[in-house]
Design a protein around this ligand. Structure first.
Ligand code: FCB
Length: 473
């Protein structure tokens, strides 16, 4: 019979080099795992939760690859006891998750749903009892559908609704959270949701998308002002997905296209948040589609950040010719078709550090989807372990180069509902059998657990994360 004890697997996947890697980080570095509400909770219509734009989007024929939805997902809502135990068993010291706005305020305005808050109360207390710090995200894409019916993020009123929601969450959980992030990936919400139309709410208008991006940023700024006005002392920030953009070729056309894409994906958000303006080249490109900006908006967006979260998965290639086919190009890719490019994380962090006066940085998501299979109780996902190891090493390079990186979260704790891809992509450290909801630690989870154990006792010298660095506020 195959030896398949956890210990056997851990030995098989944990190499001495990983121990040396752990030693490149200070002992107080934050090591976590991440999820988001709609992707794992399920219980979409229980205990008073309202509809979100994702519930509605999933009803559209053809919107989700496998015709599924997050209605049941990982059934996390009913399994938080088991799942908190699972998180703690990994030996991580942090867990990043989002609150479902429609669970705590079903209509996005007016009455609060106490049952919804009780769920997050139990989650947060359960984590704290196990020594795991809760990192909250307020908005990971699940807008209450009632707000969408009056225009959603295209409507400026949603900014105020979001600030009210943020203030209520902070009032209840601010004393127990390790940090609160306003938005996750505003580029995805704006562009994939309102221009490409492949994510909820499925609109196809560049003008709307850019207005949405402005309202998301504005709601972040107004929420931070509201939270600070009520003396919330928990670290506050935002999470951006960012990829270095590399030109397909050195032709002037490709270089110009790559620069514009850099503007649309990186500088649009970073310049607004840290410099209080949008990049001129992008505004010129947008012309009539540029957002309407009221007096005072840009100052409101540029609030002091206690931290900046970055989600890093890959680099992006950009050019004027036909998009390069990553499969045919022979590059190593994940099941998402995303190139495995760890050096891009170092490059990105160093570039941001050079161009902006950054607050402390957290890698709030990093991970990979692979077509995992559970065989004889084991998931042998050596590719994912390699992916994680190489990206943690890339982060260590940035740290040693002087970037103030404080933490790292693997996306994701569990296999889950991967948006328009439904359940066809598996990002988890933990394999989920959706029919039985049985959870099984993949080999990569055993590796990460062993890595975190090493990291807890590591004492790397000289890193900015231990000495701290002034956050230009
Ligand atoms: C990120 C999202 C997360 C997940 C990963 C693969 O951009 O924040 O929910 O979908 O991509």
């Amino acid at each position: 019979m195959l030896m398949k004890t956890e210990e056997h697997s851990a030995n098989a996947v944990f190499s001495p080099e990983a121990g040396a890697l752990a030693e490149r980080f200070p002992g107080n570095f934050v090591w976590g795992v991440a999820t988001s509400a709609y992707q794992i909770e399920g219980a979409a219509h229980e205990d008073g939760r309202g509809d979100s734009i994702w519930d509605e989007f999933c009803r559209r024929p053809g919107a989700i690859k496998d015709g599924s939805s997050g209605a049941r997902a990982c059934d996390h809502y009913h399994r938080i006891g088991e799942d908190v135990g699972l998180i703690a068993s990994l030996g991580v010291n942090a867990y990043r998750f989002s609150l479902a706005w429609p669970r705590v305020q079903p209509l996005g305005a007016g009455g609060w749903n106490e049952k919804g808050f009780e769920f997050y109360d139990r989650l947060i207390d359960g984590l704290l009892e196990r020594g795991v710090a809760p990192y909250l995200t307020l908005y990971h894409w699940d807008l209450p559908q009632a707000l969408q019916e009056s225009g959603g993020w295209v409507n400026r009123d949603t900014v105020g609704r979001f600030a009210d929601y943020a203030a209520e969450v902070a009032r209840r959980f601010g004393g127990r959270a390790a940090s609160i992030a306003t938005h996750n990936d505003p580029w995805v919400v704006a562009i994939l949701g309102h221009e490409a139309g492949i994510f909820a709410p499925g609109l196809k208008s560049q003008k709307s998308a850019m207005q949405v991006s402005h309202h998301l940023l504005l709601s972040h700024g107004i929420a931070l002002q509201a939270l600070r006005a009520q003396h919330c002392t928990v670290p506050l920030g935002i999470v951006l997905n960012q990829s270095p953009i590399h030109p397909d070729t050195d032709s002037p056309e490709d270089l110009a296209k790559a620069r514009l894409d850099d503007g649309l994906t990186i500088r649009w958000y970073m310049d607004a948040l840290l410099h209080g303006r949008y990049p001129d080249d992008v505004l010129a490109f947008l012309g009539e589609d540029a957002p309407q900006i009221a007096p005072g908006d840009m100052e409101a967006i540029r609030q002091p950040l206690d931290f900046l979260g970055i989600n890093y998965y890959t680099r992006n290639l950009s050019g004027t010719g036909a998009p390069l086919d990553p499969v045919k190009s022979g590059k190593e890719i994940t099941d998402m078709g995303w190139e495995v490019f760890p050096g891009g994380m170092t490059e990105l962090l160093q570039r941001l550090d050079g161009d902006y006066s950054l607050p402390p940085i957290y890698i709030m998501e990093n991970g990979a989807a692979y077509p995992d299979r559970l065989v004889d109780g084991r998931v042998a996902d050596a590719q994912r372990t390699r992916y994680l190891r190489s990206h943690i090493a890339a982060m260590a390079d940035a740290l040693e180069g002087g970037v103030d990186v404080r933490g790292y979260f693997v996306w994701s704790l569990l296999d889950n509902f991967e948006w328009a891809d439904g359940y066809t992509k598996r990002f988890g450290l933990v394999f989920v059998d959706y029919a039985t909801q049985r959870r099984t630690l993949k080999d990569s989870a055993l590796w990460y657990r062993a890595f975190c154990a090493k990291a807890r006792t590591a004492t790397a010298g000289g890193s900015s994360a231990t000495t701290g660095r002034s956050n230009d506020r």
